[in-house]
Design a binder for this molecule. Structure first.
Ligand code: CO
Length: 147
């Protein structure tokens, strides 16, 4: 495994829209393994592929309820119970602020083998899913930050 460089908000790549993953090959697994090592080393809660300059719709989330979850091609099917929480982002060092996000989110997504899942995330796990999915569309939490 290898650690990858996390790009910051001033890098124009962070604003790109990521593409659908359609090749669930060993190469994809290697990227995910390297993202995992990068996330742990950076002490984050979640990391989207775009943050390491890879423009594919996938992210790793360290959830409270399910442990490490890889969400590939995620689609939000249900979003409920919005609340304010303080967020930060590995691509926006030194910045934190209040963002309103749903605390109950049901996602359809694929795992690293292409298998489809439908799972409901709660609390900060739900917040983290939404934050990472925003990354896949070039959106940063600072765009939604209210105070
Ligand atoms: Co982020």
């Amino acid at each position: 495994m290898a650690r990858l460089n996390i790009i910051k908000q001033d890098n124009p790549l962070i604003r790109q829209t990521s593409k659908i993953v359609d090749d669930f090959s060993p190469h994809l697994h290697e990227i995910l393994d390297n993202m995992y090592e990068t996330l742990l080393h950076a002490n984050g809660m979640g990391l989207a592929a775009v943050q390491v300059g890879i423009l594919y719709r996938m992210a790793i989330i360290l959830t409270e309820e399910f442990g490490t979850v890889e969400i590939i091609n995620p689609v939000i099917k249900t979003a409920k119970n919005p609340r304010y929480d303080t967020e930060g982002c590995l691509s926006c060092p030194g910045i934190s602020g209040r963002v309103r996000r749903p605390h109950l989110v049901t996602l359809e997504y694929q795992d690293r083998n292409g298998k489809k899942h439908n799972r409901t995330f709660h609390g900060m796990d739900a917040v983290c899913c939404c934050h990472e999915i925003d990354h896949m569309d070039g959106i940063l939490f600072i765009d939604k930050m209210e105070h």
